[in-house]
Design a protein around this ligand. Sequence first.
Ligand code: HEC
Length: 94
Amino acid sequence: MLIVTLALALTGCAETITGDATAGADVFAANCASCHGADGTGDEANGFPNLVEEAPDAAEIEEYVRDGEGVMPAFEGTLDDQEIADVVAYVDGL
Ligand code: HEC
């Protein structure tokens, strides 16, 4: 949680946003589950990482969500800062 707050502070947000993992579960279901699975375990055989086992740290998760990677789309502009903080908190807790 501290890392999420710091990462957002470093990206220049005027206010501190705290991620809410419960709200993040809904963001995940709507935006991420199609590739990473409803429970986050993904489909490694087809190139969709298991977010439960690999568990990158919060700053790294946020980078993936904002910028995308490979076939993963960037969510910057699609999700607002609060939704991003929420989904990062959720994935970080998987
Ligand atoms: C269209 C499919 C797709 C969607 C939608 C998607 N991802 Fe991904 N995601 C991927 C793929 C594929 C990778 C691997 C990218 C690579 O390394 O080339 C990835 C990588 C990641 C990683 C890094 C995993 C690791 O161990 O390196 C995280 C974290 C992640 N995604 C989180 C999310 C979150 C959170 C969402 C929703 C906001 C999301 N993804 C939506 C396909 C998707």
